[in-house]
Design a protein around this ligand. Structure first.
Ligand code: 3PG
Ligand code: MG
Length: 409
């Protein structure tokens, strides 16, 4: 899913603010590695292994250099102690398969059981400790729990950008307590993000889609100050259309946020905002519901906007053709229902083609976004596709991510 890794060289410069595995002496060391194994499962089976695939290079490098990789991760959001449904045990098997090496599961996170399992490790071994969130000290970032974790290792490596928005013991506390390094995925992620928003080649275009304005207000507020063009799609675009006095029929729309949407438009300043000019409408929210494309001024009272129309697709493609950098979060339409994925698919394929042709740096993230780009067969062509959900959004909001900050030199 990672297309071409962001080039090394000048663009990767900000990453030198972080210690990486290049600076670590791994041989014979107990290396506590924070990974994100919060993967989707059904009946204990992992249904999407993308996050597992992402951490393999770091684990392999540590093991190959003679380190003893002790993996730390959370799973789900357990409340008040251990519960079987949130155990990492089934994930260890999937990880071992992907890694092609044994991964011993340790049914404890800290304490005697963890100590003796780690004490028995040989150089190059890999173990996975039980869910860090089984301990209340994890989410509280409690000093005592940080100490218990720190006692298990010599070095800390964080390869979980997607959990870096949490100031937890295993993401932030440990990084301040032990010599801390960014893993290879964290390093690639930070380099890609720096290229997309911190020091981008201009013009920079942001595409923001998804259902609701309410969940993306801070993000929109930050983006209008940083990008040259902001393309708004998905259900949230309906709120903007309604704010401009257009009828949206039965479409998803946050009618209580019209003033807020007007405020975003008013504050855009030099940032050009691109809204849909036509829409694909249907009378039911279901796959293959009879549909037609109409200008956004002609949405009827029973119509539901389920995608952007062909004129909007052409307009967004034209924007991308003049851009040098794209950052994308959120689909344009109800992409999970065919044929209402068409707008997202068409724009995603264009972005991928421009990237492969060397004309665009494209970075995308967010749960739905990754699924949409994969469905479009476009993810491979992007410069970088982040598996982060909340962390990617907070980064787009311009927030400081505590797990990243703690890794600075
Ligand atoms: C995620 O799945 O987005 C990360 O693993 C973080 O999980 P959380 O939202 O439960 O902290
Ligand atoms: Mg989340």
């Amino acid at each position: 899913m990672t297309g071409r890794p962001p080039d090394a060289g000048p663009e990767a410069a900000p990453v030198t603010q972080f210690r990486t595995l290049d600076d670590a002496d791994l041989s014979g060391k107990r290396v506590l590695v924070r990974v994100d194994l919060n993967v989707p499962t059904e009946n204990g089976r992992v249904t999407d292994r993308t996050r597992i695939a992402r951490i393999l290079p770091t684990i392999r490098e540590i093991a190959d250099k003679g380190g003893r990789a002790v993996l730390l991760a959370h799973f789900g959001r357990p409340k008040g102690g251990p519960d079987e449904k949130n155990s990492l045990k089934p994930i260890a098997a999937a990880l071992s398969e992907e890694l092609g090496r044994p991964v011993a599961f340790v049914p404890a996170t800290v304490g005697d059981i963890a100590h003796s399992a780690i004490g028995a490790m040989k150089d190059g071994d890999v173990v996975l400790l039980e869910n860090t969130r089984f301990h209340p000290g994890e989410e509280k970032n409690a000093a005592e729990f940080v100490e218990q974790l720190a006692a298990l290792g010599d070095i800390f490596v964080n390869d979980a950008f997607s959990a870096a928005h949490r100031a937890h013991a295993s993401t932030e506390g440990l990084a301040r307590r032990l010599p801390a390094h960014a893993g290879r995925t964290m390093q690639a992620e930070l380099a890609a993000l720096a290229r997309a928003l911190e020091r981008p080649e201009r013009p920079v275009v942001a595409v923001v889609g998804g259902a609701k304005v309410s969940t993306k207000l801070e993000l929109l507020g930050n983006l209008v100050t940083r990008v040259d063009v902001l393309v708004i799609g998905g259900g949230m675009a309906n709120t903007f259309l309604a704010a401009q006095g257009k009828a949206v029929g039965k479409s998803l729309c946050e009618h209580d946020l019209l003033d807020t949407a007007r405020d975003v438009l008013a504050r855009a300043g030099a940032c050009r905002i691109v809204l849909p000019i036509d829409a694909v409408v249907a009378s039911a929210f279901k796959a293959h519901a009879p549909s037609r494309a109409v200008p956004v001024d002609a949405v009827g009272p029973d119509d539901m906007i389920l995608d952007i129309g062909p004129a909007s697709v052409a307009a967004v493609k034209a924007v991308l053709e003049t851009a040098r950098t794209l950052v994308w979060n959120g689909p344009f339409g109800a992409f999970e229902l065919q044929p209402f994925d068409a707008g997202t698919v068409a724009v995603a394929q264009e972005a991928a083609a421009l990237t492969v042709a060397g004309k665009l740096v494209s970075v995308a993230g967010g749960g739905d976004t990754v699924a949409a780009l994969n469905a479009a067969g476009a993810a491979e062509g992007f410069t970088y596709v982040s598996t982060a959900g909340g962390a990617f959004l907070e980064w787009m909001e311009g927030k400081v991510l505590p797990g990243v900050e703690a890794l600075r030199r």
